[in-house]
Design a protein around this ligand. Sequence first.
Ligand code: DC
Length: 219
Amino acid sequence: MIVAIDGPAGAGKSTVAAAIAKKQGWQLVDTGAMYRAVAYQALERGVELDDEEAVCQVADGLKFEFRFVDGVNVIYCNGEALRTEIRSAEVSRAASVISAHPRVRRVLVDQQRRVGAERSSVLEGRDIGTVVFPDADVKVFITASSQIRAQRRVEQMREQGQEADFEEVRSEIEARDERDRTRDVSPLKRADDAVEIDTSQMSADEVLARVEGLIDQVQ
Ligand code: DC
């Protein structure tokens, strides 16, 4: 079973993807975390983010795995767990930049297909239903207004003890959406056969129930 969950940052993809994977005992492939891991390694090694060849070499040398640890999905990069270090604003920006390189995407899409084919999986990202697994059993495209997405992000940051300015967060989200939507390769867009769910006025449980209903139809 392959469930593809795409959509812009902060729309609620991760929450619903994690809930489904946990309930069903499936693997959760957080493809955004893979782009973040490449960006993080590139920054660590002082690689120029615009240098596609150099970033590609970084990506080529990384092997990814996902495992739930104490109920939290953790990405392992060459055997090493990456957690908060890939969630900073700097890495978010860098991930958005390096994810526009076609050859970097090709390397990561290959890994996503390999990891996803190992067992039943929920994959969350931007291009799962359009590029990575166009034949996924279930495809959803999750959206929410940028206002709501910024609010959720600010709450999350404050819960984690980080300072957050609403306008700053909103403009960062909008800038990232714009880059993700307008890039030449695999831009963020809904697959023709994906079910769109606008979560602006929905609770997490309502979103979960909706996606579970779609899974039940194909199981
Ligand atoms: O979902 P996220 O915020 O962790 O994603 C980080 C960045 O990676 C974001 O700018 C979009 C990009 N990304 C992508 O281009 N394709 C994916 N399948 C997943 C993420």
